[in-house]
Design a protein around this ligand. Structure first.
Ligand code: B12
Ligand code: SF4
Length: 543
């Protein structure tokens, strides 16, 4: 809670998270006492009831100076990267992810807390680790000391976690201001800071103000060079991987072993990057590298096997933009998954419904659910959303049938709708609600159209003078409105979101969707039973 007259907190966490520590250092809770923690780390006065801005208003030097080693006191030789190997001390790298979900929309947050369907979904997603950082840790020399840390809320930080030579902080737009604050604190305490990820790639000049070095684009092509320069104390301000598209056949094994595995209800694995489509609002990995590329199936299997050593029957979320964009690769992938006995979830597009064999293999290999960006049930609203071939516009007439085919294969569909598209007016909310009920969708996700920096949508809205507040990246949560809608007011869009949220996530609606799915499953099983040849039926019914 912020003290009186303080500005609003850096973010609100929308849903209660599954029990988790605010700061997790290799799964251990960090100590926090003043003047110095048990571990000798610098600490700040307890500020559980204070805002993070107050944390900055303290003299950072005063608070942190004594106990973190200045970079010059750390001998950076003796690493695998250095040609003249002379081992003294391992270099210590802290990989820091700002975890959890973000939302500033207070009304939605209040509502979310009372809606079981909402709370349930948030529990599932809020605890995923940062695969980007685990991947870079996998590219870090083995004899360096790598630590993975999650910070859920910098307001709760009472000391800077760990004692490092360099911290690598990842970035999404919604949490970037928190990332900058954390980066500033580390730098003030003498620790070098590297920033990278989607937001830094979108806004490199801004990020440079808060880092010793930034990475633009994919991390892998430049991370070894960055570490080598760190070792020689010659860090460059910018490492630009754009134009150096990383071949996923060379992908390092992510360091899943750095995680305290019990904390997670799912882990992520990436099978590909990019997407063959080009939606105007897309802010996913096509913004790191525009090329669509696949990781060889044997590498995906190796990653899954590494996870299985730590967690024998894991639940996997594929951190792909569109796993089954390429059906041939998709079939090879799911065939290879069958012996692994996983349960998994992924994001893909509606065309998966056209491949009955693929659907069958997906089910066999443990697919629990696929998330599909339907965006809108109304054809005119989808016009121009996908910019290469107006693909989504051309698919919408098949949505109902496609959802039925996928769900009939035993795979639940989580249909996602974007509210506030330029070609959607205030009747569109009712249209979504009507479609949700007619379609039999098992699960639904609604978000508002969001102008993420460096997307074609952002650039267009900026030109049209429709970005509400410049650099208000904290609104890039998918639940907050950062632009002027075309066919409604901001309030109408927000009310539409709130109203639909209430309807879609009410107990009744959630249970009805689940019941519908299982009722249909039972009907299909009965139909299947009836259609079997008599002799098979009778022999199978005998003990
Ligand atoms: C898994 C996931 C999550 C997980 C885990 C997040 C995490 N800590 O990584 C959870 C559920 C927690 C989550 C939460 C959110 N997410 Co999310 N999430 C994803 C998802 C599905 C996959 C991300 C992933 O693992 N990619 C694979 C890794 C390998 O790529 P990467 O992280 O980009 O890392 C590479 C580079 O960026 C770079 N890199 C990354 N960090 C760093 C750091 C340094 C120092 C360096 C050098 C390089 C570097 O190197 C890596 C290797 O090349 C994507 C959608 C998608 N399909 O991509 C959305 C996505 C990333 N999420 C998104 C959003 C909006 C959110 C939330 C804001 C939602 C909310 N309202 O709360 C929160 C914010 C999280 C937070 N606390 O910051 C947006 C982000 C858009 C943007 N440009 O900001 C995406 C793209 C989805 C979308 N609809 O657009 N998310
Ligand atoms: S289909 Fe999805 S992943 Fe592909 S470009 Fe569109 S929004 Fe991005």
């Amino acid at each position: 809670m912020a003290p009186p007259n303080a500005p609003p907190g850096p973010h609100f966490v929308l849903w209660p998270r599954i029990p988790q520590f605010h700061v997790c250092l290799n799964g251990q809770r960090t100590g926090a006492a003043r003047p110095s923690g048990k571990d000798g780390l610098p600490t700040l006065p307890s500020r559980r009831d204070y805002h993070a801005d107050n944390l900055l208003s303290l003299s950072v030097e005063e608070a942190f100076a004594s106990s973190l080693p200045p970079p010059s006191s750390v001998d950076l030789r003796g690493t695998r990267l250095h040609p003249l190997r002379h081992k003294v001390k391992p270099v210590k790298i802290g990989f820091i992810a700002l975890s959890g979900v973000r939302c500033r929309n207070e009304k939605l947050m209040e509502l979310g807390l009372t809606l079981p369907g909402f709370v349930q979904r948030s529990k599932v997603i809020a605890s995923l680790p940062s695969l980007g950082l685990l991947t870079l840790a996998g590219l870090t020399p083995e004899d360096w000391e790598a630590t993975y840390i999650e910070v859920a809320d910098i307001q709760d930080l009472q000391s800077l976690p760990g004692s490092f030579d360099l911290v690598a902080i990842s970035s999404f737009s919604a949490q970037i201001k928190e990332a900058y604050k954390l980066a500033d604190l580390y730098r003030a305490s003498g620790v070098k800071v590297a920033l990278g990820g989607l937001h830094v790639t979108a806004c490199p000049q801004e990020a440079l103000q808060h880092a010793d070095t930034i990475v633009i684009g994919e991390g892998e092509p430049v991370w070894p060079e960055l570490l080598s320069d760190l070792e020689r104390n010659r860090l460059k301000p910018v490492y630009n991987a754009k134009g150096r598209s990383f071949d996923l056949a060379e992908a390092p094994m992510p360091r899943f072993d750095l995680l305290d595995i019990q904390r997670y209800n799912r882990l992520t694995v990436q099978t590909q990057r990019g997407c063959p489509y080009a939606c105007e609002f897309c802010a996913a990995s096509i913004r790191l590298d525009s090329k669509y590329k696949k990781k060889p199936v044997h590498k995906v299997v190796a990653e899954l096997n590494a996870i299985k050593k730590l967690w024998p029957k894991p639940f996997i979320e594929f951190a792909d933009d569109n796993t089954f964009a390429n059906k041939k690769n998709g079939r090879a992938l799911v065939k290879a998954l069958i012996p692994l006995e996983l349960q998994w979830f992924t994001e893909t597009d509606i065309s998966v419904a056209n491949d009955a064999e693929l659907l069958k293999l997906m089910k066999e290999s443990g697919c629990a659910q696929i998330l599909i960006g339907l965006e809108s049930p109304k054809k005119s609203a989808l016009d121009g959303v996908e910019q290469k071939a107006n693909w989504k516009f051309n698919q919408v007439d098949c949505y109902i049938d496609a959802i039925r085919r996928i769900q009939d294969a035993g795979i639940t569909v989580n249909g996602c709708f974007v509210l506030g598209l330029d070609n959607a007016d205030i009747t569109s909310f009712e249209g979504v609600w009507d479609f949700v009920q007619r379609s039999g969708l098992y699960e639904v996700q609604i978000t508002v159209m969001t102008a993420f920096p460096a997307t074609p949508l952002y650039d267009r809205l900026l030109r049209e003078n429709r970005i509400l507040k410049s650099e208000a990246w904290e609104l890039c949560t998918l639940f907050d409105i950062n632009y002027l809608p075309k066919q409604m007011t901001v309030d109408e869009l927000n009310n539409g979101l709130l109203d639909l949220t209430q309807k879609i996530y009410s107990d009744n609606a959630v249970n009805k969707r689940i019941r519908q799915f299982f009722k249909r499953k039972k009907e299909l099983a009965a139909m299947h039973e009836r259609s079997r040849p008599f002799n098979l039926k009778s022999s199978s019914s005998k003990p």
